[in-house]
Design a protein around this ligand. Structure first.
Ligand SMILES: Nc1ncnc2c1ncn2[C@@H]1O[C@H](COP(=O)(O)OP(=O)(O)O)[C@@H](O)[C@H]1O
Ligand SMILES: [Mg+2]
Length: 277
C-alpha cells in the first residue's frame, strides 16, 4: 500500500473529529472518501498532509511512518494536496502560482509546467492573469495544477467539484481520471458521491469520524443504504430529487441513471410486444 491510515484519532480541542479512521490507498488507485458534512473527510486529508496532528494512530506512506513528519517534508516525500477552498495566491499570476507548487524541488520544473498547461489549457491561456481574478472553476484547476507541480505520488483532493457549474464538475472529474491515468494515485474527498464513485476504484463511507463502510466504488453505487443516504434516494419511490416537482421526474429529471435497468424490472408501462413466449 502506498498510503496507510491506521486507526487515527484527531481532536479539535476536546472535540473528537476522527474516532479511529483506518483506510488505505494502493499505488495507482483512485480512492474516495464520501460522507455528510462534518463526517471528518477534510480532517482526514489534513492529517495525511500534516496540517492536523494525531492524538492516536499512525500514518504510513511509501513504507515510512510519517505520523510526526512536518507538512513541508510530506510534500517532498510525495504527498500533494489541493486544499478545500483552493488557497491560491490571488496577487500572483497563474504561472507564478503554478511555479510555487514546485518551490520545494531544486530541479528545473519546465516539464511539469508544460504538463499542467496540457491538462488545463485554460491555464495556459491565462498564464499572466492574476490568480485572484480567475473564476471559481479556474481557481480550482489552478490549485490542482499547482499541487501536481511537485510531482506527488499521491494527490489529495478536497471537494474539487464544490461550487462549480455542472459542466465544469464533469470536466474536473474527467481531468482527475486523466491525472490518475498518467500515473498519479488519488485520494478524493467529495460530497458529490455519485460522480466520485463513478471514477473511483474503491471508497470509504465516513460518518461522524468513523468508517462505516468500505467497498469497491462500483458496489457502493448499487448499495441501497448508500443510495438512500448519499445518492439522492436511489429507487424511484418516494424521495424525488431536490428541485424536481412531483410527477415530473419521468423526463428531464437530472438523475436518469443508465445503470439501473435491471433485467427483471417491473413492467410499469405495459407490454410493448414483449412476452411472446
Ligand atoms: N477548526 C475546527 N475547529 C473545531 N472543530 C472543527 C474544526 N474543523 C472541523 N471541526 C469539526 O470536526 C468534525 C469533522 O469536520 P471535517 O473534517 O471538516 O468534516 P467534513 O470535511 O467531512 O465535512 C466536524 O464535527 C467539525 O465540526
Ligand atoms: Mg470538508
Amino acid at each position: 500500500m502506498l498510503l496507510e491510515i491506521r486507526d487515527i484519532h484527531v481532536h479539535y480541542g476536546k472535540i473528537a473529529a476522527l474516532k479511529g479512521i483506518t483506510a488505505s490507498v494502493d499505488q495507482g488507485e483512485i480512492v474516495t472518501l464520501i460522507g455528510a458534512n462534518g463526517a471528518g473527510k477534510t480532517t482526514t486529508l489534513k492529517t495525511v498532509s500534516g496540517l492536523r496532528s494525531l492524538s492516536a494512530g499512525g500514518i504510513v506512506f511509501d513504507g515510512r511512518d510519517i505520523s510526526k513528519m512536518p507538512g513541508h517534508k510530506r510534500v517532498l516525500a510525495g504527498i500533494g494536496q489541493a486544499p478545500e477552498g483552493r488557497g491560491i495566491f490571488p496577487g500572483m499570476t497563474v504561472e507564478e502560482n503554478l511555479l510555487m507548487g514546485a518551490y520545494a524541488r531544486k530541479d528545473d520544473s519546465s516539464k511539469e509546467l508544460a504538463e499542467a498547461y496540457e491538462l488545463f489549457p485554460r491555464l495556459a491561456e491565462r498564464k499572466s492573469q492574476m490568480g485572484g481574478t480567475m473564476s471559481g472553476g479556474e481557481q480550482q484547476m489552478l490549485a490542482i495544477g499547482r499541487a501536481l507541480m511537485a510531482r506527488p505520488k499521491v494527490l489529495l483532493l478536497d471537494e474539487p467539484s464544490m461550487g462549480l457549474a455542472p459542466m465544469l464538475v464533469q470536466q474536473i472529474f474527467t481531468i482527475i481520471q486523466e491525472i490518475n491515468r498518467r500515473g498519479t494515485t488519488v485520494l478524493l474527498v467529495e460530497q458529490n458521491a455519485q460522480q466520485a464513485l463513478q471514477i473511483a476504484h474503491r471508497a470509504y463511507v465516513l460518518e461522524t469520524g468513523r468508517v462505516v463502510k468500505t467497498a469497491p466504488a462500483a458496489e457502493l453505487l448499487d448499495d441501497p443504504e448508500v443510495r438512500a443516504a448519499y445518492l439522492g434516494g436511489g429507487a424511484a419511490q418516494g424521495t424525488a430529487a431536490p428541485g424536481a416537482s412531483p410527477g415530473a421526474s419521468r423526463d428531464g429529471g437530472p438523475e436518469a441513471a443508465p445503470d439501473t435497468t435491471a433485467s427483471d424490472s417491473g413492467p410499469e408501462r405495459g407490454p410493448e410486444g414483449g412476452a411472446s413466449k
